[in-house]
Design a protein around this ligand. Structure first.
Ligand SMILES: [Cu+2]
Length: 463
């Protein structure tokens, strides 16, 4: 195994199949590591590695982990896609106090759903994720599907300055008001040139995670048979052939089964932009051809309650703002920008208000804010997300998974479970879910610079 394969397969072993707590400490600290094609890149790392250690547990077990913050800044951990108690959600000022440098915070919750999830800071997220803080959490099915190999590929991009360091222009106005922070160096598990070796006849379970601040990937795997078996951690109702580009916005995940049917070199590519990027290589050895395998079975569904659409409470969330919008920005933005300029000159890292949700820029979410709406526990919610901007937005819901009902008035045949839905410019999407998790939850754009510029809100589920 070479170093890249070792990095690709790094996994921290947690006792699997035990209901007993597996207590451990995860340290967040600065480090210098070979990342993004640089021999020595100054990063911030979980457990001394980028990405952070793969946490792996069996469905139904308890995750018990203590964050030790050795960073120069306060931080928190958000467990992306997990249906967990509100106090464990990691939103500073709303669900917990920021964890100051030198301090610890215990995250302890059970794992109701099997799937591919991830963890990352929710404080100064545009900076802290870009510096390297992100890791994968795998919750294994009680009876995992038959596969011969597994790969966990966390996709990211890095903006390096001319000296090969992480560019420190976080939250600049251009990034916040346009497509977010895009980096020129695309990586898989922090590395260039990722490669996996397979034998013909083998079936690979590939777990793909988009951990980039803002980059949307349009993934393709030409020449190989592959099936989508889960999106955002949740099993698809039926197994679908992956024969088109797979759009993966920031925060989103996909689990696919890939059959190594013929010998040769194949590549995972990104076709979102004008340039096709090669992300990783699959090198298949052995007999030139192998028998065609039947499509894999669907994964067992997770225990997510289905919304009662007839009695759902309806709300609209209208996304506005950004550059080149037809509607302009609210007048009060000008004075807010001026105030923020002064604070930035005093050393604070702040975004300008640029985006609106239902007419307001939500620049922070704290317990003192009024929720966008409030419902009693168990109420079904039907939300219409209207993108009145010229930009893409992966909208992420905390603490719940939702069904996507329709896109631009077209009802979807399959109503997939998601924790993030990607809106194209001027898209309207209807989603629904049962608000069964008490607490105050965010719904926000996962382009981290858009969220910092106001694109998110908070709602309440009463206990
Ligand atoms: Cu956005």
């Amino acid at each position: 195994m070479n170093r890249r394969e070792l990095l690709a397969s790094l996994a921290v072993a947690l006792p699997v199949g035990s209901t007993k707590a597996a207590s451990r400490t995860l340290q967040a600290a600065p480090a210098v590591l070979p990342v993004a094609g640089q021999e020595r890149l100054a990063v911030w790392a979980y457990g001394g590695q980028v990405p952070g250690p793969v946490l792996r547990q069996r469905q139904g077990t308890l995750l018990d982990l203590e964050l030790l913050n050795q960073l120069p800044d306060a931080t928190t951990i958000h467990w992306h896609g997990l249906r967990l108690p509100n106090a464990m959600d990691g939103v500073p000022g709303l669900t917990q106090a920021p964890v100051a440098p030198g301090e610890r915070f215990g995250y302890r919750f059970s794992l109701p759903d099997a799937g591919t999830f991830w963890y990352h800071p929710h404080l100064s997220a545009p900076e802290q994720l870009e510096r390297g803080l992100a890791g994968v959490l795998i919750v294994e099915e009680t009876q995992p599907p038959q596969t011969d190999a597994e790969a966990i590929w966390l996709l990211d991009d890095w903006r390096l300055d001319p000296n090969g360091r992480i560019a420190e222009d976080f939250l600049n106005f251009h990034d916040v008001s346009h497509a977010g922070r895009l980096g020129q160096q695309l990586t898989v598990n922090g590395q260039l040139g990722t490669k996996i070796n397979l034998q013909t006849g083998q079936r690979l379970r590939l777990r793909l995670i988009n951990a980039a601040n803002a980059r949307i990937f349009a993934l393709a795997l030409p020449g190989l048979s592959a099936w989508l078996i889960a999106r955002d951690g949740m099993p698809t109702h039926t197994v679908q052939a992956w024969d088109d580009v797979l759009l993966l916005g920031p925060g989103m995940r996909a689990d696919v089964m890939v059959d190594a049917q013929q010998a040769g070199d194949f590549v995972l590519v990104d076709r979102f932009g004008r340039i096709t990027h090669t992300l990783a290589q699959l090198h298949i050895r052995g007999a030139s051809q192998s028998a065609v395998r039947p499509a894999p079975s669907a994964l067992p569904p997770n225990p997510v309650p289905s919304p009662d659409l007839a009695n759902a409470q309806r709300h609209r969330l209208v996304l506005g703002g950004g550059m080149m919008n037809r509607f302009g920005w609210p007048a009060e933005f000008a004075s807010e920008r001026e105030a923020r300029r002064t604070r930035r000159q005093a050393g604070e890292r702040l975004a300008d208000p640029v985006w609106t949700l239902n007419g307001h820029a939500h620049m922070s979410h704290t317990a003192s804010h009024h929720p966008e709406f409030s419902v009693s526990r168990g109420q079904s919610l039907h939300l219409t997300l209207e993108n009145r901007t010229n930009w893409w937005h992966p909208m992420h819901l905390h603490g719940h998974h939702f069904q996507v009902l329709s896109r631009n008035g077209q009802l979807l045949g399959e109503r997939p479970w998601r924790d993030t839905v990607l809106l194209t410019p001027n898209d309207t999407v209807e989603i629904a879910f049962v608000a069964d998790n008490p607490g105050r939850w965010l719904i926000h754009c996962h382009v981290l610079e858009h969220h910092a510029g106001g694109l998110g809100t908070m709602f309440e589920v009463q206990a």
